[in-house]
Design a protein around this ligand. Sequence first.
Ligand code: HEM
Length: 658
Amino acid sequence: MFNRTLAVLIGVLVGVFILIGGVILGLFVSGILRGTGFLTNEMNATTSAPTTTTATPTDPSKWWLETPPKDAIALALYQQHIQSNNIISSYSQDEVPSNPAVCGDPRLAARTFNCTNNRARTIDGTCNDLDNPGVGSRSTRFNRNVPLNETAAENETLQATPNPRLVSEKLLQRKEFIPAPSINLFVAAWIQFMIHDWFDHGTNDKTRNIRVKVSEDDPLGNSENEIIVDRTRKNDCNTSKSTDTMFQNDVTHWWDASQMYGSDANRNKEIRSFKDGKLILAENGRLPLEPSSGLPITGFNKNWWVGLTLMHVVWTKEHNAVCDMLLGNHPDWSDEQLFSTARLIISATIARIHTLEWTSAILANRVVKLALKSNWYGVSLIESTNGNKAVADYLAGLYPMLSQGIPGAIGNPKDTRGVPFALSEEFVAVYRLHPLVPDNIEIRRHTNGTLASRYNLPEVMFNKSEEVLDNNDIRDVLFTFGNAYSGAMKLHNYPNFLRNLQMPEGGPSIDLGMIDLVRDRERGIARYNKFRRLMNLPPVKTFEELNPDPAIVAALKEVYDNDIDMVDLLVGGLAESDVPDGFGFSDTIFRIFAVAARRRLETDRFFTDDYTEEFYTKEGLEWVDKTFFGDVLARHYPELAPHLANSDNAFAPWGNTF
Ligand code: HEM
């Protein structure tokens, strides 16, 4: 008994020490690392260390097979490892992000860094990092999570090994909708709303394309039996140091709600009323529409559907409610002051909801919830010892500095870990979550649950989205999203309408599943097994290890010609069956989230050094701290409150109160 307690104490002690970035306990740490299993054998070969006495899981990378609190420690140590090794800048030290002198991009050439008003988030994301004002701004390059020499674009293998259209047909094609019953349809809408804040590769390059051979009877093929995919827009900011897989982000990298506020000055002007800091809402309580496209006027309106309409309407209302609150407390403030402070509060409220609520719904796992809380607020010593008060008290007595636990990123000093912030190309790849989208939506009345209308997804897409709200009560549509399911992140669950998607305004019909694969290959995203190696995880040896279902194994073997190392990252992630409890997607892609989740908070001065009353106001900080997604919905649509009351996470199915 004593030995076991001692082993736990040592494990916790070492874990907490490393978590707080404190003392490195040398060989002893290495012993725990090996015991908790995130170091590969290769890495351990050069070190000798004491072994731990607790049982080691069959596969040491599987932190979730450890007993508490070793599971949490193993994950924290892994996070620590990738934070040190897998955050890689696309700029070399003598290059300045977005230096106009080397860029053909007019958006960058026209840029001046005027950071005199350092109190507000700027439209293009400059001046967040005051020492290097271009960092994280619009048009700067994506970083990487793997060494740059492992990011070459695929060439011969891109179109044909295996043919991406074949992969889409044989492995992605949805046969029957597979729901994810623990998450509602807001999960899909929310995450697309988020990625439109974080990244976009811009308009594809019509002058350079990829030709995928298809069969004669393929409805998407041209007269030469090819599907033509325009390539990703090239980096206009080339230097002798940049490579052809360094692409630019067309929106700001920061978590600054640019999908609402826009990443350029013209769009930003169009969304603002210039009165009391507020954003424009039309008389019908929704966003005004662009006359030419019929799409809402907002920061980012590509790939639109009714899920995005809901998000933008709700958050525009929330912005305006924050303005009312600020004006009530500061009647002398200008429109500009109200707008920019409201933007800070809205961005932080969204970031907190995403961190603590959305992610907890899709990764409903005890250890991950603890890690998410530690990213935002930090965790106490008692929480990190899994509630074991005796262990916590013992540690605090022995090492008083541990009594503070693990500090959160929010409100603590900024930490870039020596690498200028940008989101990464791998981060984009792991957010290819299109299977979350269902095939149809049944709108049910929030008053009694009866069916109001039924739509196939193509009927709620692009500018048709607005008709759904013309013909239905928005509260019914919100209630529907609260109770309908998102799709499961599995093979054979990619919506078929996205595999034959008619792009608006005379655009082509595309197979988005195929394009997801092509993009990863052209952007130098490693295939599944190589990706695992680069993320310090053991590769899978057989198809059976990836998924035990004989039908899936047979299909994978056929498509990939029996070569496990050719499996695309997207496909491997969807096939992976051995995942932690509560996970809505694979553990492999989770590893990128594990590194990004904290980084985008701790590198942003508005979430760290400047997360203060001076910047946000006292009431603003309270607003961020007390607002979950259900609060936002209930504030603007009080009739939904009783339904929301049943659920402690607004991204899990709500149920009803009829
Ligand atoms: C009905 C809903 C949706 C439509 C119509 C849609 C459509 C598209 C299209 C047309 C692209 C660009 C393809 C290209 O590279 O040429 C794209 C990219 C992407 N979509 Fe979706 N999408 C939808 C929902 C979602 C959802 C729910 C997610 C979840 C996160 C998502 C994640 C992404 C990502 C990560 C990219 C890559 C962006 C980039 O390369 O910068 N999409 N989508």
